[in-house]
Design a protein. Structure first.
Length: 266
C-alpha cells in the first residue's frame, strides 16, 4: 500500500514537472509576450520575467520593443524640376503596442519598409533638387509624418527618418561643377574689380598730395631705387619721370640761395 502511494506521488510529481516545463516561459526585459488562447487574444501582453501559459491551449508570441534600424533601399525618381535622382534613407522605429503589432498587420517590419519606400518616392516627386541637397531637415520631418500616420494603427512608433544620400547623374554633376566654377570666377572678378577701385582711389589721393609737394615725388623715386637695389640685381632699370625733370629745371631757374623774383646774372 505504501509502495503504491509512493509510486502515485512520484507519478504526480513527474507530471507536475512536465507540466511546468511545458507551461513555463521567460520574457526578456526588452520583449513583451502576447498570449493567444485557442486563437483569441488572452488579456494584456505579458511583461518581462517568468510567466506561465496553458500547454497545448495557449500560444505565446514575443515581440521585440527595441528600436529597429531599417535601411530604405535607394529609390529613383524625378524631382519637381525634372531631375532624375536616386535617394536612400534610414528609418528608426519601435513597437509600442505588442498586441496591435501582431493583430493589425501581418508583418510590421515589411509594412514599415514598403511604406517608407512609397513615401520616399512621393517626397522626391514633390521636392526640388536644391531642397534635396540643402534642406534635408524639412524633408526628413515630412517623410517621418508620412510614415508615422499609418504606422500608429499598427502599434508602431516612428522615432526618426533620415535621408542618407542623393545620387545624381554624371551629366548633372558636371553641370553643377561648371556652374560652381563660373560662380567662383564671377566672385573673383568682382573682388579684383573692387580692389582696383579702392587702389585707384588711394593712388589718386597720393597723386594729389605729390602734385602739391614735388619733392615727395623725388623721395618716392629714391625709395623705389632702394627697394630694387635690395634684391641684388645685376641690371637696374630706373624710370626717370618727367615731373622730376621739370622739378630740376625749375630748381635751376630759381636757385634756393636767391629769391625767385631776382634772376641770376650770367
Amino acid at each position: 500500500m505504501v509502495q503504491e502511494l509512493l509510486t502515485a506521488v512520484a507519478a504526480a510529481g513527474s507530471a507536475g514537472v512536465l507540466y511546468v516545463a511545458a507551461a513555463a516561459r521567460v520574457v526578456r526585459q526588452y520583449e513583451r509576450g502576447v498570449v493567444f488562447r485557442l486563437g483569441r487574444l488572452a488579456g494584456e501582453a505579458r511583461g518581462p520575467g517568468f510567466t506561465m501559459i496553458v500547454p497545448f491551449v495557449d500560444r505565446l508570441q514575443k515581440v521585440n520593443l527595441q528600436i529597429v534600424t531599417l535601411p530604405v533601399p535607394a529609390q529613383e525618381g524625378i524631382t519637381r524640376d525634372n531631375v532624375t535622382v536616386r535617394v536612400d534613407a534610414v528609418v528608426y522605429f519601435k513597437v509600442v503596442d505588442a498586441a496591435n503589432a501582431l493583430i493589425r498587420v501581418e508583418d510590421y517590419r515589411f509594412a514599415v519598409s514598403q511604406m517608407a519606400q512609397t513615401s520616399l518616392r512621393s517626397i522626391i516627386g514633390k521636392s526640388d533638387l536644391d531642397d534635396l541637397l540643402s534642406d534635408r531637415e524639412k524633408l526628413n520631418q515630412g517623410l517621418e509624418l508620412m510614415i508615422d500616420s499609418p504606422a500608429v494603427g499598427w502599434g508602431v512608433q516612428i522615432d526618426r527618418v533620415e535621408i542618407k544620400d542623393v545620387s545624381l547623374p554624371d551629366t548633372m554633376k558636371r553641370s553643377m561643377a561648371r556652374q560652381a566654377e563660373a560662380d567662383r570666377e564671377r566672385r573673383a572678378r568682382v573682388i579684383n574689380a573692387d580692389a582696383e577701385l579702392q587702389a585707384s582711389k588711394v593712388l589718386a589721393e597720393a597723386a594729389r598730395e605729390m602734385s602739391e609737394t614735388p619733392a615727395a615725388l623725388q623721395l618716392r623715386l629714391l625709395q623705389t631705387v632702394v627697394a630694387v637695389a635690395a634684391e641684388k640685381n645685376s641690371t637696374l632699370v630706373l624710370p626717370f619721370p618727367v615731373e622730376l625733370l621739370r622739378f630740376l629745371e625749375r630748381a635751376q631757374e630759381h636757385p634756393v640761395d636767391q629769391p625767385a623774383d631776382h634772376p641770376v646774372e650770367r
